[in-house]
Ligand binder design. Structure first.
Ligand code: NAD
Length: 469
């Protein structure tokens, strides 16, 4: 534990008023002391972002975008260092950590290419109506622990390019990569444009209710998202909420069982299942159900579970003790009522390890099927009728993502059209790109991230409606 970390407030890297320990989930050892901001430091960060706003928003989009591009280049140059740090705080295997760093670079670079332009609504005989957009002011970014850096980039990129300033707050269990990024931000951006504070869950409510914050970009659980929405109401703040999901994978009868098992396994177990759009329940046509189960259970049994920093490890630990306990409870219940084909119990060793687990024969109302497990435990269910499986997939308060798998792509697309979620992938999964909007429906979210829609979320539209005298 030698590295030190600082908050970023008004262009300066500063110590916290207090500190707390950050744990490596692979061995439960303390890896760093995280600076912890107090309320005065939160106020200083918001004040700095407010003071920086007039000059920053007066710059051209090209100037701001060039600096966002520079941040991406600086991150790219330190990708290996960031990937190692990410594995140590988050737990994901090093290759997946590297993918997240590269995804962060591409997201920032993607936004650096985007521009907001006026939209002409009428231009006839001197009658001009157009919509122009302005930045909102100070925006807060509140991020979770599963993809700490890329989920910040989804907010930081559009926020800065459109001329806003930011106060970012990472999750308490994964603050370190965000704080390292703060060093780059301190170097590249004018003072106050981006600020980073850390907490142990106390400061989020103060950000979402703060009168000088115009918008909150939040990614996290649905339960916390509701609190953010409620506390933002006091000042009619803009909110973008990217929340939980319970995504179904639907495997149609013309899908080869082995290929389906490989794809669904990957979609369910990458990042130890801690992906908002992970496959959280698989519905497999009865004609290939048994073969699918055999294949996916074999994949789960072949997984190499361990410290993500070690070569060859394919599944790291669950990120934190609270989540480990939550998944363990769901797992124990599923093991009682269903048939466990692989995995089945947390590993008896230091670290928050749950082996990839496949459970069959569960009731549709079993907690593992109804709730978001957010861990490496997958229920597999059988279906025979397409209308029935679509009803079951849609029978959820969530509506984030989902996948449909089948050789007849048109038929699979026809099924995908009937799934009530923000994104449905057909014959692929986890394809998330800077220029394609991403959003949840129902209790999975509000507003969009990424794409032009995600850029515009950081702006206010105004109409000018003019006629000649
Ligand atoms: P969480 O809701 O516990 O925490 C998220 C963030 O909110 C953290 O920074 C936390 O400190 C902060 N926070 C806690 N209480 C707050 C409050 N009252 N007001 C404001 N902020 C507060 O979520 P988590 O457990 O870190 O993340 C896992 C969840 O995130 C899962 O449900 C997952 O599906 C979801 N998620 C969604 C997406 C998406 O794009 N839809 C992406 C990743 C994760």
């Amino acid at each position: 534990m030698t590295a030190s970390f600082n908050l970023l407030i008004d262009g300066r890297l500063v110590a916290g008023a207090d500190h707390f320990d950050v744990i490596n989930p692979a061995n439960e050892q303390v890896i760093a002391r995280c600076p912890k901001a107090d309320v005065a430091q939160l106020e200083a960060a918001v004040a700095a972002a407010k003071a920086a706003f007039p000059a920053w928003s007066a710059r051209t989009q090209d100037e701001r975008a060039a600096l966002v591009d520079t941040i991406a280049d600086r991150l790219l140059a330190r990708a290996d260092e960031f990937a190692r740090l990410l594995t140590s705080e988050q737990g994901k295997p090093l290759d997946q950590a590297h993918n997240e760093i590269m995804g962060t670079v591409f997201t920032l670079k993607g936004f650096a290419q985007m521009r907001v332009t006026d939209k002409v609504l009428t231009d006839e005989a001197g009658h001009q109506v157009f919509e122009h957009r302005t930045p909102l002011g100070v925006c807060a970014a509140i991020t979770p622990w599963n993809f700490p850096l890329i989920l910040l980039a989804n907010k930081l990129g559009p926020c800065l390019v459109t001329g806003n300033t930011m106060v970012a707050k990472p999750a308490p269990t994964t603050p370190l990569t965000t704080l390292r990024l703060g060093e780059i931000l301190a170097d590249v951006l004018p003072a106050g444009v981006a600020n980073i504070i850390c907490d142990q869950n106390e400061l989020g409510p103060l950000l979402s209710s703060h009168p000088d914050i115009a918008k909150v970009g939040f990614t996290g659980s649905t339960a916390t998202g509701k609190k953010v929405m409620a506390s933002a109401a006091g000042t009619v703040k803009r909110v973008t909420l990217e929340l939980g999901g319970n995504d179904a994978a639907i495997v149609l009868d013309d899908m080869p069982a082995k290929l389906a098992a490989q794809k669904v396994y990957q979609g369910a177990m990458t990042n130890a299942g801690q992906i908002c759009v992970a496959v959280k329940r698989a519905y497999v046509h009865e004609s290939i159900y048994d073969a699918f189960l055999e294949e996916i259970a074999a994949l789960a049994r072949d997984a190499v579970v361990g410290d993500g920093a070690e070569q060859g490890v394919t599944i790291g630990p669950v990120q934190n003790r609270m989540q480990f306990d939550k998944v363990s409870v769901l797992l124990a219940d599923a093991a009682r009522t269903g048939t466990v084909l692989a995995g089945g119990a947390p590993l008896d060793r230091p670290g928050y390890f749950i082996p990839p687990t496949i459970v069959a024969d569960l009731d549709e109302n079993a907690p593992l099927v109804r709730e978001e497990q957010f861990g490496p435990v997958l229920p597999v269910l059988k279906f025979s009728d397409i209308d029935d499986v679509i009803t079951r997939a849609n029978d959820s308060d969530y509506g984030l993502g989902g996948t449909v798998w089948g050789k007849d792509t048109d038929r699979a697309i026809a099924v995908a059209r009937r799934i009530n979620t923000g994104t449905v992938w057909v014959n692929q999964h986890l394809a998330i790109e800077a220029d394609i909007p991403f959003r949840g429906v129902k209790q999975s979210g509000l507003g969009s991230e990424l794409g032009e829609a995600g850029l515009l979320e950081y702006t206010q539209a105004h109409i000018v409606n003019a006629v000649p005298l």
